[in-house]
Write a protein that binds this ligand. Structure first.
Ligand SMILES: [Zn+2]
Ligand SMILES: [Zn+2]
Length: 294
């Protein structure tokens, strides 16, 4: 809720006319309680996890296997519509049960103590991008160690095995996990916000960007035109798909966003070996084709 009663008052405080985005923010937030604005993040998380995986899911279900096979990371696995539906329903109930309490727990800390602001001016695109990068880096580091902990015998058998039910993941499997895992990893998403407080708009964006990234790495597709291929050290779908492919025995690829934690702590060796073997196999197939044609 903004402290200005009218747009004129807001512009007087700014010392200039509002931009269109500031005017839109003013209209939307002026009479909306801060807690309500804060809870929008839960709605965004639910919307992204419901809608963003849909295009690739429909592609897998409707397109001929011949067409999708070159881009599928595990082309021999074809999931049924029932498997997609079961995953989606399970995911939705886990998110609602695990993330619904988070605003009530985190609001007093983040809005009041840390100070997520709702006023004007809005943050610049550069400031927003820099803050989102910090949040990704912080969460990636924490997520790496939480994920390694989840691969200890006790934690895997009781908690993490649920997430590994899908050896060949798809978008809806990104948050498919035990409620305790969703809650702990969801809490880690707030760590960066505590270090670098932001505007409510950036807070919303974070809870759109983070689920989008999780869906991307679980998509099961390695698309050559994906813009994420241009992000330095970005793991992507192939990186995380290998972790699911190996499953419980996996000692590789624990980071969820970037690759450098696995490189630094030496947990990339299995993946490196697997990738080299795959490349050699592809080269051999290509050479055999050339010889066959010749
Ligand atoms: Zn795992
Ligand atoms: Zn996963």
């Amino acid at each position: 809720m903004l402290q200005y009663a009218t747009a004129a008052e807001a512009e007087a405080a700014l010392g200039r006319a509002m931009t269109w985005s500031e005017a839109a923010w003013f209209r939307y937030s002026a009479t909306t309680p801060d807690f309500c604005l804060y809870c929008h993040s839960v709605v965004f998380v639910l919307l992204v996890y419901t809608l963003a995986p849909l295009p690739l899911v429909l592609l897998e279900l409707r397109a001929p296997a011949k067409l999708t096979a070159p881009y599928k990371l595990q082309p021999r696995v074809r999931l049924s519509p029932a498997a997609f539906l079961r995953c989606f329903k399970n995911t939705l109930s886990t998110i609602v049960l695990s993330t619904a309490p988070l605003p009530f727990i985190s609001y007093p800390v983040f809005r009041v103590m840390v100070g997520i602001r709702t006023g004007l001016p809005l943050p610049s695109p550069g400031e927003t991008a820099a803050q989102l990068l910090v949040y990704l880096l912080v969460e990636d580091y924490l997520g790496y160690w939480i994920h390694r902990l989840l691969h200890t015998e006790w934690c895997y058998d009781r908690i993490h095995r649920v997430h590994h039910e899908f050896e060949a993941p798809m978008g809806y499997a990104a948050p498919y996990a035990h409620w305790a895992e969703v809650f702990v990893l969801g809490s880690a998403s707030f760590a960066g916000l505590a270090i670098v407080p932001c505007h409510m708009v950036t807070f919303w964006l974070w809870f759109i960007v983070r689920p989008m990234e999780a869906i991307d790495v679980h998509s099961g597709f390695d698309l050559p035109f994906s813009p994420t291929k241009f992000i330095p050290f970005y793991g992507g779908a192939e990186f995380h798909d290998y972790h699911h492919y190996v499953g419980k025995r996996s000692k590789s690829n624990f980071a969820s966003v970037f690759t450098f934690c696995d490189y630094i702590y030496g947990t990339h060796k299995g993946y490196r070996y697997h990738k080299a073997a795959r490349m050699a196999k592809l080269q051999e197939m290509a050479q055999n084709n050339v010889v066959g044609k010749g």
